[in-house]
Design a binder for this molecule. Structure first.
Ligand code: M6R
Length: 592
């Protein structure tokens, strides 16, 4: 979480370039933001609480004078959402400014030590120790980069930070460990940022900074150092043009745009290397144990995937919540295959679990959307989702493509990759139908139930995870409590919460789960529930019918999840919330 960007160049518009970059990284955190610029007047810092737009209105971040600077958009970890805790943070003399993404675990110890030495720290953040530590190093005669290379190894935890100083006003120094940082170069301009997306259209060369490496940026020359301080020559990669697109394309919110483009992005999921799939499929079949690890929506996609791997590939796979993975690490060995699923490839819980499995000798296969991710670097094989940047905090198109990739993988285990590709391509058209058929009805449902405090989502078999995914979407952006569960579980406790008018959404396509799910929905209706059914068959017990097309039973998750995304979206709008920026959340969760 948190987005950081630094820019130096021979272009007078430095602060507006930084501001535009921050806009593209606002998905990483949006509770407060700030910019520090170096100009003829020295160091100027402006920062405030609220969305980037709100802060900019007040402080004109994009109009600050100066030829180079650094900017930050925050998701608070240490210290509340206040102006003082907002980045950039400075040293005692306001000569050094630092922005940081990550957590300095030993900040308390460092802070106590700095205070003993007479430093004046004003915020509650872990970050603030960094500029003060740099101040001490520079006082001893070290250059800014020497100071950074001395301080960084003393920070425990994860970090990517950028520093500027009035004493060396021609450079930005950046380093990282555990949190992402890329460097981009264009014609007489240099950037560093948490995400290459922020640099799209601005650079010709992209460098991925490795753990412990440091970059010194000036408009005309950028130098890289390894963790020992030795200069190194890094290879650049061509920036990926597909990742340049991050506009709303006429929609009010990214989330709606991302829902609507799913028929198209689903096709992209099938543009895969068959050999890669075959080799991974063989590895899955050979492994003694297959563990799938993921968080949030990616975990729900993994639960669908587990079902596909079992019913098509006839192999049992266990899905372990990534934040709990470490507690199972003892049973991982070289005969284990770990499938890590993550849209961002940055989620710390996933990365830490994978690191443990890697150490234990397991084979690591990742299913990722973002190119050049930390997770990708740790993996033996990577499958990409190919759905382009997903900016809305809700996972929508990435979820659909994860399910599609699992479908391809399961059929690769029985040598039917081509058939699976055809099936996914065809189901894209059915996704368009689901959207067209149901938008009005979903809006009616929102109108009727938007004041409710609780929703229950039920389904069976392969569709159970879709019930959980639908509930997660609803709570995440509309702030209505929602629970998703296997329909058969309702009577084991939750049924006692059903009362007159409680909305129960039942996913009951006309497959092998139909009869039993319907009967569980009836049990809820008998206790007063209002039944919202997601099905290809209408039934008199339904109070509302969200119509699905008939598809093969293994493809229902793909068509059934889309109306649930729309339900959450319209519910958020009806309740007056911004679906792209739900409170307290961020898109990439890079903390534990
Ligand atoms: O980038 P990841 O797929 O690893 O992210 C995992 C979860 O944080 C993510 O799916 C989260 O649950 C979504 N915001 C849900 O819509």
């Amino acid at each position: 979480m948190c987005g950081i960007i630094g820019y130096c160049g021979n272009n007078g518009k430095a602060s507006s370039i930084i501001f535009e970059g921050l806009k593209k990284m606002e998905y990483r955190g949006y509770d407060s933001s700030g910019v520090a610029m170096l100009s003829g007047d020295g160091l100027v810092v402006k920062k405030g609480v609220g969305t980037l737009e709100e802060v900019n209105k007040k402080y004109k971040l994009d109009k600050m004078p100066g030829y180079m600077g650094i900017g930050h958009t925050r998701w608070a970890t240490h210290g509340g959402v206040t102006q003082i805790n907002t980045h950039p943070h400075c040293d005692c003399k306001n000569q050094i400014a630092v922005i940081h993404n990550g957590i300095v675990d030993n900040y308390q110890e460092l802070r106590d030590d700095l205070i003993k030495k007479g430093h004046h720290l004003i915020s509650e953040t872990d970050t603030e120790v960094i500029p003060h530590k740099l101040e001490d190093e520079m006082k001893m005669g070290r250059s800014l980069e020497e100071a950074v290379m001395h301080v960084a190894p003393r920070l425990h935890g994860s970090y990517a930070f950028l520093a500027i100083s009035t004493k060396e006003p021609n450079k930005i120094v950046g380093t990282r460990k555990g949190s992402p940082l890329v460097v981009g170069l264009g014609d007489h301009k240099a950037f560093a940022a948490s995400d290459s997306l922020a640099l799209s259209g601005l650079i010709d060369q992209l460098y991925l900074l490795g753990d412990g490496e440091t970059a010194v940026l000036t408009p005309d020359k950028t130098t890289f150092y390894d963790h020992t301080g030795r200069e190194i020559h890094k290879k650049f990669i061509k920036p990926d043009v597909m990742w340049g697109e991050s506009e709303k394309g006429g929609y009010d919110y990214f989330m709606l745009k991302e829902i609507m483009e799913q028929p198209k992005t689903l096709i992209e999921a099938t543009n895969q290397d068959e050999e890669n799939f075959t080799s991974i499929a063989l590895d899955i079949l050979r492994a003694d144990h297959v563990i799938v690890t993921a968080c949030g929506s990616s975990r729900y996609a993994a639960l669908v995937g587990r079902y596909l791997i079992s019913s098509v590939g006839k192999k049992f796979a266990e899905v372990v919540m990534a934040s709990e993975f470490q507690y199972f690490a003892d049973s991982v060995d070289k005969n284990t295959l770990v499938l890590a699923v993550s849209q961002s490839g940055e989620t710390l819980d996933v990365i830490e679990g994978v690191q443990l499995a890697h150490k234990a000798g397991a084979k690591i296969v990742s299913i990722i959307n973002r190119p050049q991710s930390l997770l990708g670097e740790l993996s033996h094989h990577v499958i990409y989702l190919n759905c382009g940047p997903e900016i809305g905090v809700c996972a929508t198109k990435s979820f659909l493509n994860q399910v599609a990739v699992f479908y391809l993988l399961a059929f690769s285990m029985v040598h039917c990759f081509d058939m699976a590709v055809d099936n996914i391509r065809k189901v894209g058209k059915q996704v368009s139908k689901v959207i067209d058929w149901n938008r009005e009805e979903i809006n009616r449902i929102c109108e009727r139930y938007y004041k409710k405090n609780d929703f229950y989502f039920i389904a069976r078999g392969i569709n159970f995870a879709i019930a959980s995914e639908g509930a997660l979407k609803l709570k995440e952006i509309s702030y209505i409590h929602a629970e998703g569960m296997p329909a058969g579980e309702l009577k084991h406790g939750t049924l006692s919460l059903i009362e007159e008018g409680t909305p129960v959404l039942a996913i009951c396509p006309g497959d092998y789960t139909y009869r039993e799910t319907l009967s569980n929905a009836m049990e809820a209706k008998s206790r007063g529930a209002k039944i919202i059914a997601v099905s290809d068959e209408n039934n008199e017990i339904y109070d509302h019918w969200i119509r699905l097309p008939k598809v093969h039973e293994l493809l229902y998750p793909i068509v059934a999840v889309v109306p649930l995304q729309l339900l959450a979206y319209y519910m958020a709008i009806k309740r007056g919330h911004n679906p792209d920026m739900p409170r307290n959340l961020a898109k990439s969760v890079t903390v534990k």
